[in-house]
Write a protein that binds this ligand. Sequence first.
Ligand code: S3P
Length: 665
Amino acid sequence: MHSTTDNPQPATAHAVETLRGRTIVTGDKSISHRALMLASLALGTTTIHGLLEGEDVLRTAEALRQCGVPITRHADGHWTVSGRGIGGLHEPANILDMGNAGTAARLMMGLLSTYPFTSHFTGDESLRKRPMMRVITPLQQIGATFIARDGGRLPLAMKGASQPMPIHYALPVASAQVKSAILLAGLNIKGTTTVVEHEATRDHSERMLRFFGVPVKTTTDEDGTVTITLDGQPNQKPEERTLHVPADPSSAAFPIVAALLVPKAEVTVTNVCLNPLRTGLFDVLKKMGADITISNPREVGGEPVGDITARSSHLKEVDVPAHIAPSMIDEYPILAIAAACATGKSVMRGLSELRVKESDRLAAIIAGLRANGVEAHEEGDDLVVYGKGGRPQGGGTVTTHFDHRIAMSFLILGLVSKEPVTVDDTRAIATSFPSFMTLMRDLGAKFIIARKVERPTPERRMVITVDGPAASGKGSLARRLAYHFGLGYLDTGLLYRAVGMRVLYANQDPHDVAAAIAAARAINAQDLANPKLRGERIGKAASIVSAMPEVREALLEYQHRFAASENGGVLDGRDTGTVICPDADYKFFITASLEARAKRRHKELQDYGVTVDYQSVYDDLVERDARDANRAVAPMKPAEDAVVIDTSKLTMSQVFEKVMGELGG
Ligand code: S3P
C-alpha cells in the first residue's frame, strides 16, 4: 500500500492562451468497478473494452482475483473475466486492500456479505477515515456481522451471513454505493430485495444487471422516490458477453471546464457517458452560459453516450439546488473553479456528502480557492464562491489531502490564473484518471512537475546562500529553507555584531583594527545566541568593524567551518554567494522595490510595538541602500550565478515556493 504522506509529487500549472483538440478520456470509474464485479458473478467469459485502468479499479480486480476469479488483462483497457457465477466466490486468502477506492470497498462488502466466510478490508489513510456505517447497517440486516474500528471505519472484518435475508431498505443518504452494495448482496439472496431512494442516484448497477440478464425493476413516484427491486439467485446460463465501458463524464469534466475558461479554446471529448444521473455538471454549466454542445448521441452497453464540445465562454454566477447534487456529486470541485472565474456570487447547496469523500472536499475547495485569491466560504452545507469575472490571482499552493479531484481541479485553475498554481501532490490522480497530465498537455496545458528535492545528507551535502538588500525578506527565506531541509542556519550579519559586542564589552574602541581582529578570531556560537546582539550600540559598532577587510577576512574561517558542517547549511548575508561560499550549491539574491521593503519594515516595526512613521523608515532604507551599493569593502551585488528573485509582489510563501521550484528544477 503506498503511503499518502511519503514522497509527495507536487506540480505547478501555468496560464495558457489556448487549448485545442479532440480527445478521449479514460473509461468510467463507476462502470468499470461494476463491470469487473458483475462479470465475476456471471457464468461464462466477459470481454471488457475501455476498462479504466486507474488504481481504484485495479484494486477491485485484485480483490476479485483473491476471491478466486480469473481476470486477465490483454491490452490497454481490454480485459477478460471468467465468471464464477452467483454464490461462486472463495474466501479471500488475505486482507483486501482497497487503496483509495470507496466504491470498491463498499461494493465488495455488499458482494461478499452473503458468503458465510470472513473477509477483511482495509485501505489507505484517506479511505480509513471514510464512514462505512452506511453499508454496515443494511448488511447487518441481511445477516452479516462486523468488527470495525470506532465509527464503523476500516480496517474491518466482515463475517458474511450464512442464511442471508432479503431486505427492504430506504436509503438514509443518497448514495449509489450503498444502493449498489445492497443490490449486489441481493443477487445472492433468495427472495426480493428492495431499495428505496428519495433522490435518484446513478443507476449503473441497475443498467448493468439488466445487461447481464438479471431482471431489475425500477419505479419512480410523482415525488421522485425511486424503488428498485431485484429477485435474487436468478437462473444463470453460461454466455460469452462483450461490454464496452464509455468514457467517464467525471473525468471529461476537467478538459471541458478548462476549455470554457481558457481564452481561446475548443475541445471535444468523445464517447462520454451521458447517463442523465451523471450529467448535472454540464446542465449547470450551460445555465452559467457555457458554450457546450453534444453531438453523435448513441447507446453503448446500456448507457447513453455522446461527444461533448466546449468552447471559451464568459460564465455567470449560478445557484445549484441541493436536489441536483447526486447527479454531479463528484463535480463540485471543478464547478467551484468555474464559479471562481465566473461573474458574481455562486451558491451550491446541500453538500454535506462532500465532507466524507476522498477528503473533506468542502474544506479543501475553500482553502484552495482562498490560497489563490478567491473568496469562498461555507454556509451550513452550502458552498459560496465569489467569482472574479476573469482570471483569479493564483500563486498559491493547494493542499490536496491525497484527493484526485482536488488535485485536478486546482491544476485547471492554474491554467487560467494570473500566477501559477501549485498542488502539493499529484499522485492521487492515478486513482481515477492516470492519463490526465499527458492528455491535458496534448491539448495545450502547461503543467510542470517539480523534481523532488532530496533531503541533504553527509553524502549529498547542500550549501545555500541568500543575499540581498535590507528588508527584502532574505532572513525569513533563509530560515525557512534551513528548517525545511533540516540544515543549520547562519545569519552572517550577526557575526559582525558579535565582533562589535566583544570589542565593546572589553572596553575597547571599535575603530581599533587589532582589537576587532582579535575579537573576530574569538567569536563562538554562544556569542551569536546572545539576545543583546540586536542592541543599537552594538549595531553601530558592527557597521564600523564590518567595513574592515581584515575583520571580514578573519571571519571567513568561522563561516567556512559552518558551511563545511555535516549536511551543509544555509548562510544569509552580504558576500555569502561571492566571497564566502563561491562554490555554494544554490545561490539566491532576494530583492524588492524600495516601497515594498519600506512597507514591510514599517509593518514589522509596528507589529513589534515600535511607533515610527513610514517616511523615516523609507528614508533610512534609502540611506542604507546608498551605503551598501557604494562602500569600498563588500558592496552589495548578486553573485553572477545567483538566482535573483524580486519579492515586491510576492508573499513569503510564494517566495519559498519559487525558490523550491528553482531547487527542484
Ligand atoms: C459512486 C457513487 C458516489 C460517487 C463515487 C462513485 C459509485 O459515491 O461519489 O465517486 O460508483 O457508486 P456515493 O455513493 O458515496 O455518493
